[in-house]
Design a protein around this ligand. Structure first.
Ligand code: NAD
Length: 279
C-alpha cells in the first residue's frame, strides 16, 4: 500500500547500522543490556522475545532475568541497585506492566539514569523536556524517527496526541514542542476529541483503545501514527480502525509493523549510547 509507513523496514535499517557499529568495536567489551521481567504477563513474554531476538541480531550481549511475580519491591530494587553498580552492564530495562504490589514509578527512578535504556528515569525525562538529552524514551523517539524518515514536516505543524502517559504522550509532546510543533494532548476527559483530531496535520494515538480512531477523526492530508497495542478476540490491533481510515489519510502506520519495531530499535540505540558514555 502506497501510504503505509513501514516501521519494520526502517527499524531494520537502524538495527543494521547498530550492528555495523558493534562489529567495529572489535576487541573492546561489547554493549550489554539486562532485561528484567516480573511474573509471566503473556504480552510481555512476546515483547521480550522480540527484544532478545533484535539484541542477538546486532551482536549485543543480553541477560534476561525472569523473576517470580511475588518478589517484593524491596528485593527487586536491590537487584536493580546491584546492576547499577555492575560496570559491564550498560542498559537495564524492567518490562512493564509490573504486578500491582510494585510501583513502576519507584522502579524507574531507581534504575540509574546512566543505565536508563527505556528513558523513563525522572532525570532522563527532565533532560528530554529541556531538549538536552541524548537518551530518549524509545517509543516517542521511534515515532519521531518515522516521521522524519518519511519527510513529514514537524516544524510548524499541528500535532494531536491522544494519551498523556509518562512513557508515551507526555515525553512525545515535549520532544515535538522542542522541534517547533504545536501540540495538543488529549485524555479521557477531553471534550470532543474527534473534532480536535480532525484539524491535525499529524495524529498520534496512544490510548490503548481499539477502534477509537474512526473516519470522524481524520482528514485527507493527515499522517496517522498508531501506537496502540491491543488484543481483541486474540487478534493484535492498534487504536485506529485501519480499514475505515486508510484510504482517507495521507500516511498511516500499520499495527503490527509500525511503531512496535521502532520502539525496539530505539531502545537498543539508547543502550549503545549509554555504552559509549560508560566505557
Ligand atoms: P496508558 O494506559 O498509560 O495511557 C493511556 C492514555 O490514553 C491515558 O492518558 C488516557 O487518559 C488516554 N486515553 C485512553 N482512552 C482515551 C480516549 N478514549 N480518549 C482520549 N484519551 C484516552 O498507556 P500507554 O502506556 O501510554 O500506552 C498506550 C497504548 O500504546 C497501549 O495500547 C500500549 O500497549 C501501547 N504501547 C505501544 C508501544 C509500542 O511500542 N508499540 C509502546 C508503548 C505503549
Amino acid at each position: 500500500m502506497q501510504n503505509l509507513i513501514d516501521g519494520k523496514e526502517y527499524s531494520n535499517i537502524l538495527l543494521n547500522k547498530l550492528k555495523e557499529k558493534i562489529k567495529e568495536l572489535k576487541d573492546k567489551r561489547l554493549p550489554k543490556i539486562v532485561i528484567i521481567q516480573v511474573g509471566n504477563n503473556l504480552a510481555s513474554n512476546k515483547y521480550i522475545k522480540h527484544k532478545i531476538k533484535s539484541v542477538e541480531k546486532i551482536g549485543m550481549l543480553c541477560d534476561f532475568k525472569k523473576l517470580d511475580e511475588n518478589i517484593t519491591q524491596k528485593d527487586l530494587l536491590e537487584i536493580i541497585e546491584n546492576l547499577n553498580n555492575d560496570h559491564i552492564v550498560d542498559g537495564i530495562i524492567v518490562q512493564l506492566p509490573l504486578p500491582n504490589h510494585i510501583d513502576s514509578t519507584v522502579v524507574n527512578s531507581v534504575i540509574s539514569y546512566k543505565k536508563d535504556a527505556d528513558g523513563f528515569n525522572p532525570i532522563t525525562l527532565g533532560n528530554v523536556m529541556l531538549g538536552t538529552s541524548k537518551i530518549f524514551p524509545a517509543t516517542p523517539n521511534g515515532i519521531i524517527k518515522l516521521l522524519e524518515w518519511k519527510n513529514v514536516e514537524i516544524k510548524g505543524s499541528n500535532v494531536v496526541i491522544i494519551g498523556r502517559s509518562n512513557i508515551v504522550g507526555k515525553p512525545l509532546a515535549n520532544m515535538l514542542i522542542n522541534k517547533s510543533a504545536t501540540v495538543t494532548v488529549c485524555n479521557t476527559q477531553t471534550k470532543n476529541t474527534a473534532n480536535i483530531a480532525k484539524k491535525a496535520d499529524i495524529l498520534i494515538s496512544a490510548a490503548g483503545c481499539a477502534n477509537l480512531v474512526t473516519s470522524e477523526f481524520v482528514n485527507k492530508n493527515m499522517t496517522i501514527i498508531d501506537v496502540g497495542a491491543n488484543f481483541v478476540d486474540g487478534k493484535y490491533c492498534g487504536d485506529v480502525n485501519f480499514n475505515e481510515v486508510q484510504d482517507n489519510v495521507k500516511l498511516i502506520t500499520p499495527v503490527p509493523g509500525g511503531v512496535g519495531p521502532m520502539t525496539i530499535a530505539c531502545l537498543l540505540e539508547n543502550v549503545y549510547e549509554l555504552y559509549l558514555q560508560n566505557i
